[in-house]
Design a protein around this ligand. Sequence first.
Ligand SMILES: Cc1cc2nc3c(=O)[nH]c(=O)nc-3n(C[C@H](O)[C@H](O)[C@H](O)COP(=O)(O)OP(=O)(O)OC[C@H]3O[C@@H](n4cnc5c(N)ncnc54)[C@H](O)[C@@H]3O)c2cc1C
Length: 500
Amino acid sequence: MLKKSLWSSFATNPLKYPKLEGDIAVDVAIIGGGITGITTAQTLTERGFKVAVLEARSVGYGTTGHSTGNLYIIIDELLSSLKSKYDNDVVMRVIESRKSALEKIEENVEKFNIDCDFSRQPLYLYEDVNNIILEEIKVAEEINLAFTELAEDFPFEQDNGIHFDHQAQFNPLLYVLGLAASLDKEKCSIYENTTVRSVEEQADRVLVNTDDAIVAAKYVVHATHTPKGLELQYHTTLGPYREYGVAAKLESTSYPQGIFWGYYNNQKYSIRSYSRDGEKYLIAVGSPHKVGQAENNRKHVEDLVNFLQDRFIVGQITYTWGGQNYKPADLLPYIGRKIKNSREFIATGFSTDGLIYGTLSAMIIADKIEDKFNRFEDLYEAARHQPVKSAKKFVKENANVAGEFLKDLSFKGDDKDLLEIMPGEAAIITRNGEKAGVYRQQNGELKVVSALCTHMACMVHWNNLEESWDCPCHGSRFDTSGEVIEGPAYHPLPKKIIEK
Ligand SMILES: Cc1cc2nc3c(=O)[nH]c(=O)nc-3n(C[C@H](O)[C@H](O)[C@H](O)COP(=O)(O)OP(=O)(O)OC[C@H]3O[C@@H](n4cnc5c(N)ncnc54)[C@H](O)[C@@H]3O)c2cc1C
């Protein structure tokens, strides 16, 4: 079993763009090379802007390359939850906006001939005993969204179910890599292995500081999935969650076709098949938890494996991976100017719907930069404040964050004798009043880093599946050397030396 996403096994040559080593000036600097950053680059270069994409790691290998690759016009939390906060007009506009982004993806696939296995597929929703689907049917009927009840030969046991036709699936990593390859090189430069450490907005430009160079730009787009740094107006309204994916080979040759969202005892499992190069796979995604708050991350993957084994004759589990998402308190993503009149744009709060929302962000932000009206800009306005719509979730998420801060203050440490830490394991220890995260490598050597997140000094927790230090407050993640993997932290965890 390989610990990487299924998508990455079909993409070759991950590091193919150079590192930025000298200062440059462009119209727009885009931070982040996922679906949001690359689609924004494509949309802006087509309109004549000079663009640079600055990617800390490799294009497409962030959350985009760890997603399920499903494209649909409803949302992960379902229309019924949207309807509990908004009127029918907002629900319909969300669907309309998502439909336009799905069409943009399809158009790009055709226009640039991107080999990413895009196909139109139905989205099936079904449940065992609850009433989630009945609620969804009610909203769909109210807004005249066409759906069909499930046929008798539906492959999974269910009590209620419907499907929406003409949704889609693709390989998200091949799509982004293909789109990046199609960009006009005269107008767009892509830099990998180029981490942005700070952004400084001035009256007439924005300076983007990387480790080795400065990019001067008229505008900056933060396409980093969650805004970096102390953007508290956003971080306090976003709940960071992690969930997992497994890909399996079945004993049978029959793999279910379509997007399947099954609700078992209120727990959602997303299932789809994928085939390429003559090989077929069944993928299950789910088992979420708040970042840095799982007691045993490995159990979440076991849950998915058991889920598949209970329903299929599984030959082999071939890939497992994890991915992060940020849930907005009022259920709508934040897309647009960071604050009024700012030269900086953000795109975040996509929940697990961001292949579409990232594409939509590109369309909205490109229009704003070109000073053109976009009919969805007000719906997702980043600088909005929705105290009533966000209140319940806002209070819940922030009570949870406050709990993590308090936990840190009273933390006794899971202090172990260093000799008790086995190869591949880690623990937080206290030395001279300081907390350190200690990881023992397979060769027996220790890697020691500060256990305080560089974003807001919360205590990081060990993720025993992905071997990373994860922050339970706002979702920053660090590798065992302390380097930032994702989340709002700009800077690595400082390395420490401890006496053995
Ligand atoms: C398990 C899972 C399944 C999902 N399935 C679906 C699905 O089926 N359909 C759907 O629509 N959505 C899905 N999503 C959501 C979707 O994958 C994301 O919302 C989307 O990929 C976000 O794209 P992005 O480009 O904004 O972020 P990313 O793809 O994460 O790209 C951000 C990039 O910014 C870079 N970066 C970060 N910090 C810096 C820095 N300081 N300097 C330079 N670069 C930096 C990162 O390295 C990264 O490459 C899923 C999410 C998860 C977790």
